[in-house]
Design a protein. Sequence first.
Length: 155
Amino acid sequence: MKKIVLMMMVLLVLGSLQAQQSNGDTSKMTKPEGERIYTSVQIEAEFPGGPNAWSQYLRSNLKSSLGRKYINIPKGESSAKATVIVSFDVNKYGKIDSVMADSLAIVTIHPKIVEEALRVIRESPQWKPAWQNGKNVRYKARQMITFVANKTSFF
């Protein structure tokens, strides 16, 4: 019970930090070469084919069987989930880079699951870049990836 309360407190703090970072300033972070990273733009970066194509890409390319292998199902439960929040940049050419898992996932989720979530984002095809003030810009995106483990009954 203490672990659940602690985890919820950490999630609230992380959510608060994310909200503070996205308070309207579109250039909170910078790259060493001075290129701004936008979190709010006129036109967001987009996977070719849109959100449905992105969902299909994730479903088709994730090794979802890792959930059954690396997620512990609590006693008395029939399933369990592990969600990895991945942040990544779409550069002004549409290439994915700076792929990172949320720090909570790194501590609480099996490393093989975290690695798989990072892999599928890194291997993504090129995106349509974000657009701000008439030019392509670097854009910060986030994606939740949930793995599920179910107990299997044999009859």
